[in-house]
Design a protein around this ligand. Structure first.
Ligand code: OXD
Ligand code: MN
Length: 599
């Protein structure tokens, strides 16, 4: 342990931190404790170690410089919502949509698993900052982990090492994260959050969403809890800037459930028609938002990298992501090519004849099995993104003019709609529905309500969380406009009606123009929609009929949708804000009346 003493004291004198690390080391009994400083030298050392113990496989370094490959345990490839708990004194505090465990039980149960869990292993002390260093919107966390893979991922995903410790100084205000992989047994896998202690304990998994504790655990679950207490919002939203040919940039935040294309949208390249327009990525997954001195809502991206879904990423769907992952990237559960490269379903070019699949088995073209796991991931530094916003590191954040909610819906929800008011916009978010994807364990393709895309990530009672959203209106003198989009509507043969990807710029342009008051709109029963000809479709090969289907509001479908929203609110219980229930009832009454008139 002499190594610990020297590195720790040169990095920090924070007595609370040193005492806590000592306490955890006494519990977990690692062979050694290594403090991460975030240096390049340390990166080289940890990478070499991970390669030597088989955690990482180097890719062909000529084609994929500084890129490595990791295969996770096949039983450990996605977030485990059923094993994720919020631990508060009272069950009501976590609401009906979270799993609850009393804090004492959770500490006892997981404490027994942590007891001696690091014997024969190294405990890494990973200090990190969520958000730009020095920003009043940022938060410090320390993750103690026995996984070198986690330490290397955290280095990409956060501002990790000495700058985070320097920002913390002597303060005791930091998130205490503890992770041990144990034997990666699903029966001993738990992700527990203790919001009142600003603490996270995660055992038995090595999968990113369960173990990179800054991301879903701190930035969203604990973050949303802190946001409620402190008057800000922690959201599952990308942040992007839309720059016009005149050089005017409008910032937008957008919530889509996991694996619905947030990364693609955040890195979008506009089609030719939009020559001179540019999209700048601030973040692709998480947004922390707080009212600024000028009365606008300001957002930071707490992350410093992208933990993106690889399958489906290509030069057609997301050229900027392809450029981002060409170097300095860790790939997890993709397939390997014969020449030491990576491959996944949906990548450009010919499907290779032979691959090694995500489980290390030989794979041949034409196989019915997927070569890459559908939730295979890349961990890549934001700095590699050619579209990275120069504001991404701005401690003040960026002013948000529009908020977008979108789900994966084959029917009902039109291409784009603007809310009548803040309340109606919060209603859009509260009733967001989406078909399930591979990002979480469970059946894929079922529509589930995913309020604000936060169903798996809200850290306290959902009804109170929606109430917090409504209350925020009073503290934002110049609130963003709120929109709902759906890129995934299908025709009767299951074919997507809207081309999506770069062409989403056409919808985004309307949204930006609306946010700036530059274009009119058509009122419908359910929201404002683009007037004929206001969506710029020049150069797009889409028939009038197809567009009509993509933008259609079908009253029968909306009768069912609004009725199901009301049922959902009932499930949320007594804390769901009454104005949201009334909003649903007004819309439903109007739909029913219009249907009656039509008949
Ligand atoms: C993610 C997720 O990894 O939402 O971002 O699952
Ligand atoms: Mn996400």
């Amino acid at each position: 342990m002499s190594n610990e003493a020297t590195t720790a004291t040169t990095l920090t004198k924070n007595a609370n931190l040193l005492a806590w690390v000592k306490e955890i080391a006494t519990l977990t009994k690692p062979d050694q404790v290594v403090w991460c400083d975030g240096s390049e030298d340390e990166k080289r050392r940890l990478t070499a170690l991970a390669v030597s113990d088989g955690t990482l496989i180097p890719l062909n370094q000529e084609k994929w410089p500084n890129c490595y490959y990791h295969r996770s345990n096949p039983n450990d490839v996605a977030r485990v919502e059923q094993l994720t708990f919020i631990c508060t004194p009272k069950k009501e505090e976590v609401g009906p949509l979270n799993n609850w465990m009393p804090p004492a039980d959770a500490y006892a149960k997981l404490g027994a698993m942590f007891d001696g869990s690091m014997t024969g292993r190294t405990m890494y002390v990973v200090p990190y900052c969520m958000g730009p260093i020095g920003s009043p919107l940022s938060k410090i966390g320390i993750e103690l982990t026995d996984s070198v893979y986690v330490a290397l991922n955290m280095r990409i995903m956060t501002r990790m090492g000495k700058p985070a410790l320097d920002m913390l100084g002597e303060s005791n205000d930091f998130n205490r994260g503890l992770h041990s992989t144990l034997d990666c047994n699903p029966d001993r896998r738990f992700i527990c959050h203790f919001p009142y202690d600003n603490t996270i304990w995660s055992v038995g998994s090595g999968y990113g969403g369960n173990v990179l504790l800054g991301k879903k655990c701190l930035a969203l679950r604990i973050g949303s809890f802190l946001g409620k207490q402190e008057g800000w919002l922690a959201e599952h939203m990308l942040i992007l800037g839309v720059e016009s040919p005149e050089g005017e940039t409008t910032y937008v935040a957008a919530a889509f459930p996991s694996a619905c294309g947030k990364t693609n949208f955040a890195m979008m390249i506009p089609p030719k028609r939009f020559n001179g327009w540019k999209i700048w990525t601030v973040g692709d997954d998480i947004s922390w938002m707080r009212v600024g001195p000028d009365g606008k809502l300001y957002a930071i991206n707490p992350e410093a990298g992208y933990f993106g879904v690889a399958p489906g990423t290509s030069n057609a769907s997301n050229p900027n992501a392809m450029k981002t992952v060409m170097k300095d990237t860790l790939f997890t559960n993709v397939a390997l090519t014969k020449d030491g490269g990576v491959w996944w379903e949906g990548m450009d070019g010919e499907v290779p004849d032979e691959l090694t699949d995500w489980q290390g088995r030989p794979w041949k073209k034409g196989s019915t099995e997927k070569a890459a796991h559908p939730n295979a991931r890349f961990t890549a530094p934001a700095a590699n993104n050619p579209a990275l916003s120069f504001q991404a590191d701005d401690p003040r954040g960026v002013p948000i003019s529009a908020i977008i909610f979108g789900g994966r819906r084959a029917t009902t929800v039109p291409l784009v709609m603007q809310s009548f008011s803040w309340l109606h916009g919060v209603f859009f978010g509260a009733t967001l529905g989406s078909e399930t994807t591979a990002a979480a364990v469970g059946q894929v393709g079922i529509v589930r309500r995913d309020p604000m895309a936060m169903l798996p990530f809200h850290g306290y009672d959902m009804g109170s969380y929606l109430g917090h959203w409504l209350e925020m209106q009073h503290s934002i003198p110049f609130p963003p406009k709120i929109f709902m989009v759906n890129w995934f509507r299908q025709d009767e043969n299951g074919k997507f009606l809207w081309p999506g990807f770069g062409d989403n710029m056409r919808v985004l342009k309307w949204i930006v123009d609306r946010a700036r008051g530059k274009v009119g709109a058509q009122e419908t029963l359910l929201g404002w929609v683009p007037k004929d000809d206001d969506l710029d479709l020049t150069g797009l090969d889409i028939s009038d009929e197809q567009l009509a289907k993509a933008t259609r509001i079908d009253l029968g479908e909306w009768d069912r949708e609004l009725s199901s929203s009301l049922e959902f609110f009932e499930k949320l219980g007594a804390t769901v804000p009454e104005p949201l229930v009334l909003q649903a009832k007004i819309l439903l009454a109007r739909v029913k009346q219009a249907t009656a008139v039509k008949h």
